[in-house]
Design a protein around this ligand. Structure first.
Ligand SMILES: NC(=O)c1ccc[n+]([C@@H]2O[C@H](COP(=O)([O-])OP(=O)(O)OC[C@H]3O[C@@H](n4cnc5c(N)ncnc54)[C@H](O)[C@@H]3O)[C@@H](O)[C@H]2O)c1
Length: 254
């Protein structure tokens, strides 16, 4: 393992992986490949921006020509696929993007990996593929019963991963993580966390007006993201409306 392509590496969990790997393994080159959707944020990668073993390339994992170019350019031997549309509520409003990235995009990565002899593909999946359980825990071998377009698209992606291993002998691995929360997370996902109370009671340090409605709660979880949310609203939304949405999210129990 030498040149690791980290797809979705500008997102919440992918960027944590990159920040860790870049400093812990200076002998590896980490190439982040990310479409920079609403959820991707280059600020997440600022801590490694100047490191010699870090590179960034913007692109879509469903764009075969682009993926192929990057894999060849950097002589990629390992792919870790964090790239996904990852928000359950959005998948109900707009399933198309989920099928595009989580199913087609995963297939493209596998196909390019197979053709160019990439040594290993790791697929970051989710426990959502199991569906819901009234109480207790799922076991690894439990049937996949996804309930949302998000969960179904992730289940589809990982089944294609399985097929590429069984059919073509590609070295693949899959992890099904549970809900995660912490620094650098996009605020809309905070509601999904299971923590019963805010992580900090420290006072808010934001100075911008738009951020003031959000004081007193969760700022310490992701100060960088809050700054970004308030200064750069997603397309079609005003900064104020984003701040209001964020304030509502912060008020809801987590
Ligand atoms: N957050 C959680 O609680 C959780 C739990 C279990 C599994 N996961 C899985 O972990 C992975 C990362 O989750 P996250 O919360 O960091 O997600 P995120 O939404 O914060 O980040 C996703 C990243 O993928 C990028 N991306 C989206 N579509 C792309 C495309 N077509 N091509 C290239 N890049 C694209 C986005 O720009 C963003 O940077 C996902 O695969 C998700 O399914 C997340």
């Amino acid at each position: 393992m030498k040149n690791i392509l980290v797809t979705g590496g500008a997102g919440f969990i992918g960027s944590a992986f990159v920040r860790h790997m870049v400093s812990a393994y200076p002998e590896y080159t980490l190439i982040v490949y990310d479409k920079l959707t609403y959820a991707g944020n280059l600020d997440n990668l600022l801590p490694v921006h100047d490191e010699p073993n870090y590179r960034f390339e913007r692109g879509d994992i469903a764009d075969e020509k682009s993926v192929r170019r990057i894999v060849e350019l950097y002589e990629v031997d390992t792919i870790v696929n964090f790239a996904a549309e990852s928000h359950v509520d959005r998948s109900i409003l707009e399933p198309h993007a989920f099928i595009h990235t989580d199913v087609v995009g995963t297939y493209i990565l596998l196909e390019v990996a197979r053709q160019l002899g990439v040594q290993r593909v790791h697929q970051v999946s989710t426990d959502e593929v199991y569906g819901s359980i009234p109480e207790g825990f799922f076991k690894e071998g439990d049937p996949l019963e996804p309930n949302s377009p998000y969960a179904a698209s992730k289940a589809g992606g990982e089944l294609i991963v399985r097929a590429y291993h069984q059919t073509f002998g590609l070295h693949t691995t899959v992890t099904r993580g549970s809900n995660t929360f912490g620094p650098y997370q996009y605020p809309e996902n905070w509601r999904l966390s299971s923590s019963p109370k805010p992580l900090t009671t420290a006072p808010c340090r934001f100075t911008e007006m738009a951020c003031k409605c959000a004081i007193g709660c969760m700022w310490m979880i992701t100060p960088t993201r809050w700054t970004w949310c308030c200064t750069k609203a997603p397309q079609g939304k005003s900064t104020t409306s984003v701040a209001k949405t964020n304030a509502r999210i912060l008020k809801s129990p987590i």
